[in-house]
Design a protein around this ligand. Structure first.
Ligand code: ADP
Ligand code: MG
Length: 254
C-alpha cells in the first residue's frame, strides 16, 4: 500500500518544514487539517507552548524526536497534534509550501479501514486516561477510531475491539498482552509511535516489555519520545527506538 513510501526522504522535507513553520506561535499558523484546527479551537488551545512550537513542525516533517520538557509544558499536544495529521485528512485547500504538503496529503490517506496507525505508550493508567481525554477533545472531528488499553478491564471485550482501532493509548503491560494473546492484532502497519514519560516507563521496570513491544512494530514508523529527564537509560531507549532523532529541549527560565 501507498503508506509505506512517504518517508523516503524525511530529512529534506524536515528542512522545508523547519524553515516554513519555525516562527509559528499559533496553532492556526500550522498546516493542520481543518478537523484538527476545529478541535483545537473548541478546546481553547490557541497559542503554542515552547515545546509544541519546537516539536510539532519537526514531527509534521516526519522526523523522529527525542524531547525533554518538564511536567506541565504541554507535551501531550506536542505529540497528539502531529498524530492527527498522520492519521487525519489534510485540508485540500491548504496552498502553502508545496512539497511537504504533498507528503502530508499522501500520508493523510489513512482511514478507519487501515488498521492501527498510531500508538501512544504511557507509564500509568491515570496518564493514559488523561492523554485519551485530550485526544477525544481535539480529535472529535476526525473519522477515526481510538481506544484506551490500560488493563483492569475485561480482556475478551477489549480483544473484540482492539483490532478495529486506528489509534491506541496504552500502558506497556496490557499492550504486550494483546500482542501476545489477541488473535489478529497487527501492528505491522504502524506509522507513528509515541513514548510518553519514557523516564518513568523505565523507572517502573518496563524496559523488557518495551523492547518486546518495539520488536513487534514496523521499522518504517516515525517515533516521538518524550521524557522529563535525560538519563542514560532514556538515551539507550532512544538509540533502540529512534532513527536520526532531532533533540528538542525546553529549558526552564531562571
Ligand atoms: P506535560 O505532558 O508536559 O506535563 P500537558 O500536556 O499535560 O503537559 O499540559 C499541561 C497543561 O497545559 C494542561 O492542562 C493542558 O491543557 C495545558 N495546555 C497544553 N498546551 C496548551 C496550549 N497550547 N494552550 C493552553 N493550554 C495548554
Ligand atoms: Mg504529560
Amino acid at each position: 500500500p501507498s503508506h509505506y513510501t512517504f518517508r523516503t526522504s524525511p530529512y529534506l522535507i524536515a528542512i522545508d518544514f523547519q524553515d516554513a513553520f519555525a516562527t509559528a506561535t499559533l496553532f492556526s499558523e500550522l498546516p493542520l487539517s481543518i478537523r484538527t484546527q476545529e478541535g483545537l479551537k473548541r478546546a481553547n488551545f490557541i497559542e503554542l507552548t515552547d515545546i509544541q512550537r519546537k516539536a510539532i513542525p519537526l514531527a509534521l516533517a516526519g522526523r523522529d524526536i527525542l524531547g525533554a520538557a518538564k511536567t506541565g509544558s504541554g507535551k501531550t499536544l506536542a505529540f497528539l497534534v502531529p498524530f492527527l495529521v498522520v492519521n487525519g485528512r489534510q485540508s485540500a485547500s491548504y496552498t502553502g509550501k508545496t512539497s511537504q504538503i504533498l507528503e502530508l496529503l499522501y500520508r493523510a490517506k489513512w482511514s478507519q479501514f487501515d488498521g492501527l496507525g498510531a500508538l501512544v505508550i504511557s507509564p500509568t493508567r491515570e496518564l493514559a486516561v488523561q492523554i485519551f481525554e485530550v485526544l477525544k477533545k481535539i480529535g472529535r472531528q476526525h473519522l477515526l477510531s481510538a481506544g484506551l488499553i490500560i488493563g483492569g478491564k475485561d480482556l475478551i471485550i477489549e480483544q473484540e475491539r482492539v483490532n478495529r482501532m486506528n489509534i491506541l493509548v496504552c500502558t506497556p503491560g496490557r499492550l504486550l498482552q494483546h500482542m501476545d494473546q489477541t488473535v489478529g492484532f497487527d501492528c505491522g502497519n504502524l506509522q507513528l509511535l509515541v513514548l510518553d514519560e519514557a523516564d518513568r516507563i523505565l523507572d517502573m521496570g518496563f524496559e523488557k516489555t518495551l523492547n518486546a513491544i518495539i520488536d513487534n512494530l514496523s521499522k518504517q514508523r516515525q517515533t516521538l519520545l518524550f521524557s522529563a529527564t535525560q538519563t542514560k537509560s532514556v538515551r539507550d531507549l532512544g538509540r533502540l527506538s529512534l532513527k536520526n532523532p532531532e533533540y528538542v529541549a525546553v529549558h526552564e527560565k531562571s
